[in-house]
Design a protein around this ligand. Structure first.
Ligand SMILES: [Mn+2]
Length: 321
């Protein structure tokens, strides 16, 4: 018997949780799980709880049923966490995990130490959707579930270009598109398409970027007023900016700092093209992620944060030699 069938046995109410500021893999894995359970199990109630996701994922089945409000009265028989590397990443919904009678965590973050009773963490997998695919019975994967999983995989692999893409990733994607997905539209709508205000915010971040450490580090800082200036862009509008910084010739590490709106608080996204392990840097700032893509929330002045970042990079260079 598979882990899902085993864990779902006798469970009436199920909460599905992802991570704060949900990305394509988070939304895809949560809705993929949601649709699969609805179609194949007879739980009384299955609910996905996430922070308000971007409308660009509106084509996924079940998108309109996502709940964004936390209710302290609620308790669940089972809590499933997807794509969340630690309890703090669950945000306001974390108590659902703590109070649930049973729990299952499915993830691919190397920093995840296991947050549930049963943990399926595959750090070699491109995405949580890839891990989830391995837990599902193929003949029970509907068109709707396939769309969710495919969406998650293209987002976490940058449409199959990041180094986390493996032969297995491509085989799974091949199997999924064989279910009749309109993949060119999925890729354009959910991955490449930007709103006009987001395009302008990207422009600002690129114009303001600076090369440091002899051109080996590129940094850009977006203050809160930039978000306001471009038609009140939400934080999610920063998606993809870091990838444009990373591809600048000669750059080994790219960093994007953007203001959260709280005083002196910034989110920092990190990417690397080199030996530098940015998950270790992010962890040293209290965050997490992957070797080549990581992030954290830092309090301080941007110049001081960047100074600390340079120190951490230099420490790793010294070790690499
Ligand atoms: Mn992921």
């Amino acid at each position: 018997m598979g882990i899902l069938t085993e864990t779902l046995a006798g469970k009436g109410t199920v909460a599905i949780l992802g991570h704060v500021n949900p990305d394509g893999d988070c939304i895809g894995s949560c809705l993929g799980m949601y649709n699969y359970l609805k179609e194949n199990f007879d739980c009384r109630e299955i609910t996905v709880f996430l922070e308000q996701p971007s409308d660009k994922f509106g084509y996924l089945k079940g998108f309109g049923e996502i709940r964004t409000e936390y209710d302290p009265q609620r308790r669940f028989d089972l809590c499933l966490t997807l794509d969340a590397s630690d309890v703090s990443r669950l945000g306001a919904f974390a108590p659902y995990l703590e109070t649930a009678a049973d729990s299952l965590c499915i993830d691919h973050h190397i920093t995840n130490r296991g947050l549930a009773r049963v943990n399926v963490i595959e750090s070699e997998a491109s995405s949580t959707c890839e891990v989830l695919f391995g837990l599902l019975e193929r003949e029970k994967i509907s068109h709707a579930v396939a769309e969710c999983l495919y969406t998650g995989i293209i987002h976490d692999t940058g449409v199959f270009k990041y180094s986390n893409t493996s032969k297995r990733t491509m085989e799974i994607a091949g199997w999924l598109i064989n279910q009749g997905l309109d993949f060119p539209t999925i890729i354009d709508k959910s991955f490449y398409e930007r709103s006009y205000r987001q395009t302008r915010l990207l422009g600002q971040a690129l114009v303001d970027s600076r090369l440091l450490m002899d051109g080996r580090l590129i940094c850009s800082v977006l203050e809160h007023d930039s978000f306001v200036r471009y038609d009140n862009c939400p934080a999610s509008a920063t998606d993809g900016i870091i990838d444009q910084l990373r591809i600048v010739r000669g750059v080994e590490v790219a960093a994007l700092l953007y203001a959260t709106g709280k005083p002196s608080e910034y989110k920092m996204s990190l990417r690397t093209n080199s030996e530098v392990d940015v998950s270790r840097i992010a962890q040293s700032f209290g965050g997490g992620g992957h070797v080549k893509a990581a992030g954290c929330t830092v309090t301080g002045e941007p110049e001081e944060i960047i100074g600390r970042l340079c120190e951490r990079i230099r420490e790793q260079w010294d070790k690499i030699g």
